[in-house]
Structures are given as structure tokens and as C-alpha cells.
Design a binder for this molecule. Structure first.
Ligand code: CA
Length: 236
């Protein structure tokens, strides 16, 4: 992929170190996000879908190990590089199968960190090459070229009709679409079908997408109108 355009989240409570890393990434054309604690980091992972997380082990309240496990659960495809100050952390990072991809011992040369980030990004061409055209909404990602749909980084298999409907929603998140609008977008203006067909497909999508299809948190019914993609999604 174009490694320079990748989005990197730097998680470190020591501001001077965090800024130092951020400035170096920024100078190398990365898009940079910053978090000072684990809770903020997890929120930012969900909202901004970074490609890479640079994660310090020593953080207030929730430590880097716990953050790493939770990011992995949420987004299996993110590259996670742990920063550690102490030798013994290395054993833990490598031994406990936290899911980190790499680690660096402080103090380190930022150029070395950048080289490693690039090396890891190069290993994941499938996911990132298509990304430029992808549509995102919170933990959802739709790849129109590859005709693939993901939730939390895991693929959900949709039929072509279901896929076309999700594309309508993700193209304009939070807009309430009438059944007519959905039908026209998916089947075309010339198609005259029963609007209940839309409901049938929505029900099938919910069965695949929702944790509890009877209490949908992703696709909301808008009474008297139709449907809309709902903000908020799922909690960890
Ligand atoms: Ca720290």
C-alpha cells in the first residue's frame, strides 16, 4: 500500500514522548492521531479506524497489554507496535500472545519505528490497497471494488442485493431512507416491486449484522419513513 498515507494512532501518556513520535510520523507523511490513555485509544480506534497503533505499555489505569488485547478483539487487522521501557515486558509481549505485531524498547530511534511501521504495512496489501474507495461508518467498512463488507475487521458475507443496500446506507450515514429510495437505488428506477421486499432484505441483513436482530443497533427503523444507519453501534 501507499504507506505514507496510512493513519497511525500514538498511545502514550508522556506528552513529550508522544509528541516526539507524532512529529516524526507527521514529517514522514503519515496521518497521526494521539491518545493519552487506553480508554481514549479504544474510542479512537473505533471512530477513526487507524491502520497502525503505536502503544506504550505503561499507561494510567488500563495498561498497554489490556489495550492491545481489546484492540485485537475489535480490529484484528490493525498493526500494533508496543513500546516498552523495561526488558521484562518483551517476554510478556512476545510470550502472552497479546496479539502485538512488534515492539520497540525505549529509547529508540523514531526512524527505526517508521521503518518497522512501513514494513508491517507492506505485508497487508489486500486490506489496504482497496481502502481508498472504501466506505466507513464506525466499525463498519464496505469495499465496493472487492464487493466485501466488514464489521470490526471481520468479513460478513452479503448477497449482492444486501451489499447494494448497505452501500446505500454507508454512502449517507444517518440519513433516513424511504423504502422507495432504497428500492430505486438498489433495483433501479424502472423496477416496480413490492416495497415489502425492502423489509425482507433488511431483516436478512440484520440477522447477519446485529448481535440481537430483534433489537437492532445498526439499522434503525424510522416509523413512517423507512430505515437509517444508526450511530452508536456496539460497545466493546
Ligand atoms: Ca507511558
Amino acid at each position: 500500500m501507499q504507506t505514507g498515507s496510512a493513519k497511525v494512532l500514538v498511545v502514550e501518556d508522556e506528552v513529550s514522548i508522544r509528541k516526539f513520535i507524532a512529529v516524526n510520523l507527521y514529517r514522514n507523511d503519515f496521518e497521526v492521531l494521539e491518545a493519552g490513555d487506553g480508554e481514549t485509544a479504544l474510542e479512537m480506534v473505533k471512530s477513526f479506524l487507524p491502520d497502525v497503533v503505536v502503544l506504550d505499555v505503561m499507561l494510567p489505569s488500563m495498561d498497554g497489554f489490556e489495550v492491545c488485547i481489546q484492540i485485537r478483539r475489535l480490529m484484528p487487522q490493525i498493526v500494533i507496535i508496543m513500546l516498552t521501557a523495561r526488558g521484562e515486558d518483551m517476554d510478556k509481549i512476545m510470550g502472552l500472545e497479546l496479539g502485538a505485531d512488534d515492539y520497540m524498547v525505549k529509547p529508540f530511534n523514531p526512524l527505526e519505528l517508521i521503518a518497522r511501521i512501513r514494513a508491517h504495512l507492506r505485508k497487508m496489501p489486500d486490506y489496504s490497497s482497496a481502502k481508498a474507495n472504501c466506505l466507513f461508518f464506525q466499525q463498519l467498512m464496505l469495499d465496493p471494488e472487492g464487493q466485501r463488507f466488514y464489521k470490526n475487521g471481520r468479513e460478513i458475507e452479503l448477497t449482492p442485493t444486501e451489499f447494494a443496500m448497505m452501500k446505500v446506507f454507508l454512502s449517507n450515514p444517518k440519513k433516513a431512507f424511504s423504502r422507495n429510495e432504497i428500492m430505486n437505488s438498489v433495483w433501479g428506477q424502472d423496477y416496480f416491486g413490492d416495497l415489502k421486499t425492502v423489509d425482507v432484505h433488511i431483516r436478512r441483513i440484520r440477522e447477519k449484522l446485529e448481535e440481537d436482530p430483534s433489537a437492532p443497533r445498526w439499522i434503525e427503523t424510522v416509523w413512517g419513513v423507512g430505515y437509517r444507519l444508526k450511530g452508536g453501534g456496539e460497545h466493546l
